[in-house]
Design a protein around this ligand. Sequence first.
Ligand SMILES: C[S@@+](CC[C@H](N)C(=O)[O-])C[C@H]1O[C@@H](n2cnc3c(N)ncnc32)[C@H](O)[C@@H]1O
Length: 189
Amino acid sequence: MASKNRFLVRNPEKGDLNQYWYSKGTIEALVLEVVEFGGEGTAFLSTPSIYFSTPAEIRQKCKVFDIDTAWKKDPGFVYFDFNKLDDVPADLHGTFAMVVIDPPFIMREVWEAYAMATAARLLLQPGGKILATTIAENEELMAELLDVKPCVFKPSIPHLVYQYKLYTNYDSPNLNQRNPEIPEDHDGA
Ligand SMILES: C[S@@+](CC[C@H](N)C(=O)[O-])C[C@H]1O[C@@H](n2cnc3c(N)ncnc32)[C@H](O)[C@@H]1O
């Protein structure tokens, strides 16, 4: 039997926090991306499944920013409410090589919060990498706020009704390929 993802097994999704986890296969693909491009330090903004699935030697240089205190004992956990960006610790500003973002909502106001203080611009080093997921209809918004473009690879989020796209501000050979988890008629490729 194929091995299970420990994070997915241990953390049932909480509806009140809009928790929709990526599939095991998508987690594995995004972890590879972090290992390749964010190994010097990645901020996982509302993307705990990727943080907790990243190899320990890299994870120790990373932080997971989330409102769910279930993970507060983890040394990389930073309590984060996108409505309270002033609370992001100053010593973390501008320190990350990469940010990985999947907010609990898809609307403009929420993406403005994640982009602005963002988490991305606030936490990211100059020239840092951005990897974000949201709906296809947000393509223009994502370009405007974060200067990111959609990849061929689309994430699988099994309990979400929308098919998300994955957006980056850099070219990634791995993400230039279809995700075999997504049926071609949903893929638009
Ligand atoms: C749609 S899920 C994204 C999870 C991601 N797909 C993954 O597999 O790791 C939204 C995430 O935002 C977190 N969240 C909910 N409300 C939040 C808030 N006000 N500020 C920051 N994070 C929040 C949830 O706990 C959850 O981890």
